[in-house]
Design a protein. Sequence first.
Length: 169
Amino acid sequence: MKRLISTGQNGKWRPSLTKACENMFNFGLQSVLDCRKAVEEKVLVEFSEQKRRLEREKEILAKLRKERMLLIEQFKQKQKTVLNAADIALYISCIIKLQEREADQQGLVREVIAGLEIKREELLEAVKKAKIMETLRSQQLQEYETNILTLERKASDEMAILRFDRRQK
């Protein structure tokens, strides 16, 4: 059974082969295509993991900020009452430690963002390479279909000529 598909050339339509005929097509670089798709999937997984890590690190940063703000608010509330020097020093020390942890976490978030950008570039490159192979495969399949259809047409023409010759005799 034949079906119609567009060639994309001059808006003309041409018949296409069935799935069975497409399965007979042998793409010489299939192993390269499979490898590039596997690399694309691997890089996509790594990119997703990096993205999840970024979200986790941002959550930790948000918790540290919230904790610091809460501690500052508690300190302001305690200032309304009489505080001894040890309590003041303890609050200030805790706030400074939280600021340091927050600064470290911000540095970690920046590192993860940089790593994520690297993974994004790797992913784009992997997708591009796989797409190139897919396009090449598609072009070769189209050529294969065209060749098969040409052979079928020639055979059909030959049969028609032979039938015509038999009828003439």
